[in-house]
Design a protein around this ligand. Structure first.
Ligand code: IMP
Length: 201
């Protein structure tokens, strides 16, 4: 069957895996950025997750001349005034480096009591075609930062992010459970009806 394509505009294999799993029931063909090796990257210079998600979705929809789904996500730590926020991917430097980012957060939180280590992952997703953004949705998951990494799953800050309601870090959760409770899962579920209506038709 000829299913309509949806470009899931991320170069992060961890995110692509999560989005594919969540959209597996949807009658559309998920296309990753690997199928567009020459596509230019947008400059993610907005000050909010929503601003970046919107500019990425429009950029990739125009470049691919089709539907694009983009997200912007990150970690907000209360004791760091909401940092790393929109700079989560490159918190420790210009190159994306999960190990260095985690080491920086652990260092900045040295001496901060457990009770003051509240944090959240935030995700905003945007669905666009070449005329502009047609829908957005957001999701949040609350947790607490811990010094010692735990777990092998996931990516990014997951091993240091304790989801207290689960008694596990995000890297100890199975992929399915993470999708059920995660910021990205919540944001994507909020867009499913629009993806069905607009893309799958
Ligand atoms: P983006 O690709 O610009 O949205 O950057 C998101 C960054 O936020 C990632 O590179 C991670 O550092 C962090 N991040 C976002 N979502 C997650 C998650 O589910 N687990 C761990 N880190 C995340």
């Amino acid at each position: 069957m000829n299913q309509p394509p949806l470009l899931v505009a991320t170069t992060n294999p961890g995110k692509l895996r999560e989005v594919r799993a969540l959209l597996r029931e949807c009658p559309i063909r998920i296309v990753g950025l690997d199928e567009f090796p020459r596509m230019p990257e947008p400059v993610e210079d907005a000050e909010t997750f929503e601003g970046n998600a919107r500019l990425k979705a429009i950029h990739y929809a125009r470049c691919s001349n089709g539907w694009a789904l983009a997200d912007d996500s990150g970690l907000e730590v209360d004791a760091l005034g909401g940092q790393p926020g929109v700079r989560s991917a490159r918190f420790a430097g210009d190159v994306r480096d999960d190990g260095a980012n985690n080491a920086k957060v652990v260092r900045l939180l040295r001496g901060v009591a457990d009770a003051a280590r509240g944090a959240r992952f935030v995700c905003v997703m945007a669905l666009a075609d070449r005329d502009g953004v047609k829908a957005t949705s957001s999701g949040v998951v609350a947790g607490r930062m811990i010094d010692e990494p735990r777990g092998e799953n996931g990516f990014g800050y997951d091993p240091h992010f304790l989801v207290e309601s689960e008694g596990m870090t995000a890297a100890e959760l199975g992929a399915e459970r993470k999708n059920e409770i995660s910021h990205r899962g919540t944001a994507l579920r909020g867009l499913l009806a629009e993806i069905q209506r607009l893309v799958a038709g």
